[in-house]
Design a protein. Structure first.
Length: 249
């Protein structure tokens, strides 16, 4: 499957992987900043998000990203992942370490960290709203939960549009396949790694950030006192500067 994607710019490649609440449009604020900084930038939509259709058979998102880079002729890239995209980026870095020049995880999830009551309660509430066909309520739940206090109303509207579209695409499918889980070891991650967490995020994600920083050799942990779960949308310029600064070493 070829993921819907954009690519622009020249120089070393940087791949942007979106949160499950969003699609590749979440990187609009960083897109031109990274191009202007001298990078070839790639962003894609995971299956069932944005312009990528729902999968017609079981698949793996990290494999989809690897195959996209193969198609684009990109042998090595820095990979930036937000939330679920961070979980995919982590898997990519562990399974194909030779393909990464750097790894940046923003509020990333992890298969190595158990869920919490708070996260389970969110999942149950979202599922209940979707099952009741209250997509407006489900969208608003996501906006309230995942955007920190610094997100303006325009940003909240952008997330509303992306989340609503994802619901519509996924619910319209005759059948939706869950991603195929792959086993991997954190010890395999060898790329320079930056881990970012927001103080206003769910405790699950702040705990994941701390644990990953402890387990990935040489990883740098940055805590944003103003940050929620989607800091790249909450204070875009600050996050662009953070990304470029780390990528330049």
């Amino acid at each position: 499957m070829t993921l819907s994607h954009d690519t622009a710019g020249t120089g070393d490649a940087v791949v942007l992987l979106h949160s499950s609440v969003c699609d590749r449009r979440m990187w609009d604020p960083q897109w031109q900043d990274l191009i202007d900084a001298g990078y070839q930038v790639v962003r894609c939509d995971f299956r069932g998000h944005g312009e990528s259709p729902v999968a017609q058979q079981p698949g793996n998102d990290a494999v989809d990203v690897r195959e996209l880079l193969d198609q684009l002729g990109i042998e090595k890239a820095a990979v930036v992942g937000s939330s679920y995209g961070g979980r995919v980026a982590l898997e990519f870095a562990a399974r194909w370490p030779e393909r990464l020049s750097a790894l940046i995880l923003l509020s990333a999830g992890s298969p190595f960290h158990p869920s919490t009551d708070e996260l389970d309660a969110f999942d149950e509430q979202e599922e209940s709203l979707v099952d009741a066909d209250d997509l407006h309520g489900a969208v608003e739940l996501n906006v309230r939960t995942w955007l920190g206090p610094d997100a303006d109303e325009g940003t909240r509207d952008q997330v509303r549009a992306m989340q609503r579209h994802a619901y519509e695409v996924q619910l319209a499918a005759e059948e939706e396949f869950d991603p195929v889980e792959a086993e991997f070891e954190l010890s395999s991650v060898s790329a320079r790694t930056l881990i970012v967490t927001g103080e206003h995020d769910m405790k699950y994600f702040t705990d994941v950030a701390r644990d990953l920083a402890d387990q990935i050799t040489g990883a740098r942990l940055v805590r944003l006192p103003w940050g929620g779960h989607l800091p790249s949308l909450e204070r875009p310029q600050e996050v662009s500067s953070l990304l470029v600064g780390f990528l330049r070493g």
